[in-house]
Design a protein around this ligand. Structure first.
Ligand code: NAD
Length: 371
């Protein structure tokens, strides 16, 4: 069995607590002979500032580039609120994403039946929902030049940001989305504002141009404002959505909230695949370091565990184990086992470690049955 290298960067606050549950699953998969994972751990964010004076070291970035994937917890906390902006914990996260060239951000919105009442939408609208949003992460208006706040000759101030995309930037993220759609429901919806923005017109034309390479995927286009409405009106019409950095920021937050709780949301960020087939990848829960509950065994580890399931599927060639982990999460929730953030009447409240144990017990049963 090929050895796979994993870099774990637990980070701050609840980061180390939720990542400890992921580490338990990794150790379990190694012990059972299902995988051969070699794990390296390094601090990131505030923990790295304390240890090394910077939120991420060059050594950690090199380890991340050479690993099959990076699993990150969360960064930040009040302890580092006063440090210089350039070395804030969040700067470590931005730097590792940039250095690894992670241009495609994947955010699934998956509704678990057991948590259907946690959504603000009607159960009938979201039952069975399974959407994947692919957001372009390294281009567009957040990075385009010129940018800044300028003084005009008439004394007014002018704020400027520039939306800019090249064909290669559009193609590479669209190809990631097409390939993901091929492995899912074979439907891709591309969102922009081609009606009012030239960059959107180019986006639409270029996505259409490469669609011929993915004849088994049905491609549609939608204006981003309409997509925002459709996500609330009839979200199940979507399979994979691909969009730019700005619209993706907003639409992925909207879609994730269809499902209820922040403690349940995984994410992945992928780079380009090189000639040898290696692809930089970082997996992390969407939530932050939750200083309000840190150190109390209250954090929901499912977002981190489901992020690890994405890593198994996209970086570690273990899709079937990913399926079993997701099914285990579903089963544990169906049994009414809940961390405080997703607690409901009649359910059993557990802590972070007990939730991790419950997932491993369920996984053990499922994997042994499948063997
Ligand atoms: P947050 O996501 O940390 O917390 C928001 C709320 O959700 C809190 O009430 C928290 O207790 C709860 N929550 C979050 N994750 C949870 C989980 N797994 N289980 C149960 N409850 C959970 O956001 P915030 O409070 O705005 O930020 C706190 C710190 O985290 C800040 O320093 C911020 O910069 C940082 N942050 C980091 C990331 C990241 O590392 N990717 C993302 C967002 C915020």
């Amino acid at each position: 069995m090929a050895i796979k290298n994993i870099l774990i960067t637990p980070g701050d606050g609840i980061g180390p607590e939720v990542m400890a549950e992921v580490s338990k699953i990794i150790a379990f998969l190694n012990t059972e002979g299902i995988a051969s994972f070699s794990v390296t751990e390094r601090p990131i964010g505030g923990a790295s500032i304390d240890a090394h004076g910077v939120p991420v070291t060059d050594e950690t970035i090199e380890l991340g580039k050479n690993a099959d994937c990076v699993l990150l917890g969360a960064v930040g906390g009040p302890k580092w609120d006063q440090v210089d902006y350039s070395i804030r914990p969040e700067a470590g996260l931005l730097k590792i994403r940039k250095e690894l060239g992670l241009f495609a951000n994947l955010r699934p919105a998956l509704v678990f039946d057991a948590l259907i009442d946690a959504s603000t939408l009607k159960a009938d609208v979201i039952r069975g929902l399974d959407i994947l949003i692919v957001r372009e992460l390294t281009g567009g208006v957040y990075f385009g030049e010129p940018r800044g706040i300028f003084e005009l000759p008439n004394g007014e101030r002018q704020g400027v940001n520039t939306q800019v995309y090249t064909t290669s930037e559009i193609h590479r993220v669209a190809r990631v989305a097409f390939e993901l759609a091929q492995k899912r429901g074979k439907k891709l919806c591309s969102c922009e504002k081609a009606n009012v923005m030239e960059s959107g017109k180019l986006w639409r034309e270029e996505v259409s141009k490469i669609s011929g390479d993915y004849a088994d995927v049905s491609l549609s286009h939608m204006y981003a404002d309409n997509c925002a409405m459709q996500l609330l009106k009839n979200p199940r019409q979507f399979d994979v959505i691909v969009t730019d950095n700005l619209f993706g920021d907003i639409l992925s937050d909207e879609a994730s909230m269809l499902t209820g709780s922040l403690g349940m949301l995984p994410s992945a960020s992928l780079g380009a695949r090189d000639h040898a087939g290696h692809q930089n990848a970082l997996y992390e829960p969407v939530h932050g370091s939750a200083p309000d509950i840190a150190g109390q065994n209250k954090a929901n580890p499912l977002a981190a565990i489901l992020s690890f399931a994405m890593a198994l599927r996209f970086s570690l060639d273990l899709s079937s184990v990913a399926d079993h982990i997701e099914a285990s999460a579903r089963a544990v929730l169906d049994r009414g086992i809940r961390t405080p953030d997703i607690m409901a009447e009649g359910c059993r409240a557990v802590g972070t470690t007990e939730m991790g144990d419950a997932i491993i017990d369920e996984l053990k049963t499922r994997l042994r049955k499948a063997a």
